[in-house]
Design a protein around this ligand. Sequence first.
Ligand SMILES: Nc1ncnc2c1ncn2[C@@H]1O[C@H](COP(=O)(O)OP(=O)(O)OP(=O)(O)O)[C@@H](O)[C@H]1O
Ligand SMILES: [Mg+2]
Length: 164
Amino acid sequence: MTMPDLAMHILDIVENSTRAGARNVSLGIREDSTANSVTITIVDDGKGMTEDELKCALDPFYTTKKERSKVGLGLPMLRETAEQAGGSLVVTSAPGKGTKVCVRMVLDHIDRPPFGDINETLQIVIATNPGVIFDIAYTVDGETENFSTRDDSQGNGGVPHNAA
Ligand SMILES: Nc1ncnc2c1ncn2[C@@H]1O[C@H](COP(=O)(O)OP(=O)(O)OP(=O)(O)O)[C@@H](O)[C@H]1O
Ligand SMILES: [Mg+2]
């Protein structure tokens, strides 16, 4: 298997959020060449995890899926990848509230995976989860580009197109 890029990891973490029933997912990607870091933060309002569930989630051999998909990368693999790239992965979660995943890597570390096609990945994520509101912020050296699927492009008062 080729090494997964960051876009594939993001896809996997966001899939966790949507599978946990999140209605809102915010994704922050920040490249900082001065700090020589890349940080990725995913916050969801899904069902969250208890302390024990979170411990299990970070265990490489645990899943609540009936059949573990072969393409799944999971939190433990992302943690390993982050640590190999001089960084870390931190997950905080509260049952009934949601989950926050924060990943940091050294930007120019030889073992940092390439970004991959983040734009295409985000398009897929948005298209396949029409009931979820995504707020995305991409920051490169202090310059932020924001995108939200909540934006009122339809003149419907900001109600998502698919709202019941
Ligand atoms: N955002 C989240 N909200 C609630 N539970 C989560 C979240 N992320 C992970 N989990 C829990 O942690 C478990 C492990 O997640 P992980 O991504 O490592 O593997 P997986 O999604 O089960 O399988 P895959 O290898 O296909 O990703 C999940 O099955 C789920 O129970
Ligand atoms: Mg997963």
